[in-house]
Design a protein around this ligand. Structure first.
Ligand code: PA5
Length: 443
């Protein structure tokens, strides 16, 4: 069985030859570097280019951290956070902490918000656990992770002393620039490099994602093998009908032109919730610019059928749905018989829960399509490292193609600066006095 398949299962899209060649042309631009944002195409060949030496360095460091600490605090935001979290949550047991012998180490995340309560609770929760930290920031100056790191570094230094802290803190950052790099060099932290030509949201297959995932005991070689498989399946020269990323990109752009402005990524596996968060950043930051772009949203079914289901079925007809379907679960749970049958569920006796879940998926897809919500379907055989690697590269490639089809640069994010400018001005950061004065007049 293929690791991933894409099918516009219930969508009224006839792809013309012109649209097929536009998608293939966009794919070619990603390979020949002649499109917008071509300084940031390092991710295109990354899975197959990662050398044994780098992989071993990551694995060795990960093993060292695992030996040192029960809990690894992973600090980062946006592209320096969501990929690792997506894979970690997908592959971890959500009830790990309730087990008599929880799998170790546990990854906990910080630096992705400015919540005082979150950080206070995080630090309190690890009070009696041995800890280490992986701090990830390409620029090395992003406010949220920098603040979290300042607090976590204080905690580690206070507990273990500065010398031991240097063994317990690893930085993933730019090769030569930024405050984090300067600090890491001064303190003697081990460092891993985020390549210059890989932007944050395309960086999960660099040490940004690979180091924390390996530290959590995840098989990063399988993750990369899956990504390599998709790299080959979407290579320049692969015919349109055989290239799932080009097909997905073409279909979503056709739907956008038909007025479907919102794409909902749906999954029936709660473990994939953070994958959807990662996907939202990937597509939202890559495409939402110049007054254009499909708005990426997400739902987890069947839970959200009892909340967002009403809107999807009958609200504004500007939605389309992309379902990430998982063919087989890891476990087997069968419905038993009940002599009283008070809940009326005996008709399900002997069925596996996954069969019911898949039937729900089919019923929902038919109902939503009937209600005017085109349905696309991506299937993976199971939730494992290999399938996730395939899915990650599939979405990255589709996003690059889709951004070019839309006519934007999918590798910049000029819009994210606006809030930072205001926040710094309001907080009184030196150099922002004029901006602060302008804002005060508005308040
Ligand atoms: O995709 C992006 O570029 C952003 O989401 C960044 O990854 C995010 O802002 C974090 O930046 P940095 O790694 O420089 O701290």
């Amino acid at each position: 069985m293929k690791t991933l398949s894409f099918d516009p299962i219930r969508a009224d899209v006839a792809i013309t030859e012109k649209e097929k060649s536009a998608a293939l042309h966009a794919n070619a631009l990603l390979h020949n570097g002649q499109g917008a944002g071509n300084d940031f195409l390092g991710w295109v060949g990354l899975p197959s280019a990662l050398g044994e030496e780098e992989l071993q360095a990551i694995e060795t460091e990960a093993a060292r951290l695992r030996d040192l600490a029960e809990v690894i605090l992973c600090i980062g935001i946006g592209g320096s956070y969501l990929g690792a979290r997506a894979v970690y949550e997908a592959l971890s047991d959500p009830f790990n902490l309730l087990h008599e012998h929880p799998a170790k180490p546990i990854l906990l995340f910080a630096g992705q918000n400015l919540s005082e309560d979150y950080l206070a609770r995080l630090l309190a929760a690890v009070e009696n656990r041995s800890i280490a930290a992986i701090v990830i920031s390409k620029s090395g100056t992003t406010t949220e992770p920098a603040i979290a790191f300042r607090l976590i570094r204080d905690e580690i230094e206070h507990r273990y002393g500065r010398k031991e802290a240097a063994r317990r803190i690893v930085a993933v950052t730019d090769r030569s620039r930024g405050a984090l790099k300067t600090l890491a060099d001064r303190e003697g932290y081990r460092t891993f490099v985020i390549p210059d030509d890989v932007g944050g949201r395309y960086s999960v297959l660099t040490p940004v994602g690979l180091l924390p995932l390996a530290a959590a005991g995840i098989d990063i070689r399988s993750l990369l093998a899956g990504a390599c498989e998709m790299e080959r399946a979407t290579a320049d020269g692969v015919p349109f009908d055989e290239n799932p990323a080009a097909r997905y990109a073409a279909v979503r752009n056709i739907l956008y032109q038909q007025g479907f402005m919102i794409e909902i990524l749906a999954s029936y596996e709660p473990q994939l919730q953070y994958l959807a968060e990662w996907w939202k950043q990937l597509f939202g930051e890559s495409e939402g610019k110049q007054g254009r772009g499909i708005f990426p949203a997400s739902v987890t079914f069947t839970a959200d059928l009892h909340s967002m289901g009403q809107y999807i079925q009958e609200g504004e007809r500007t939605l389309f749905e992309t379902v990430v379907s998982v063919a087989a679960p890891e476990h087997r749970v069968k419905i038993g018989s009940d002599p009283d049958n008070l809940d009326g569920l005996n008709f399900l006796t002997g069925k596996r829960l996954s069969e019911i879940n898949h039937t729900a998926e089919l019923g929902v897809s038919l109902a939503h399509a009937d209600g005017g919500v085109p349905n696309l379907r991506i299937e993976i055989p199971r939730i494992d490292a290999r399938s996730l690697g395939t899915l990650i590269y599939f979405f990255e490639k589709a996003c690059g193609i889709s951004g070019y089809l839309l006519g934007v640069n999918p590798f910049d994010q000029p819009g994210v600066e606006a809030y930072k400018k205001n926040m710094f001005a309001l907080l009184g950061k030196p150099g922002y006095e004029e901006e602060a004065e302008k804002l005060r007049r508005k308040l």
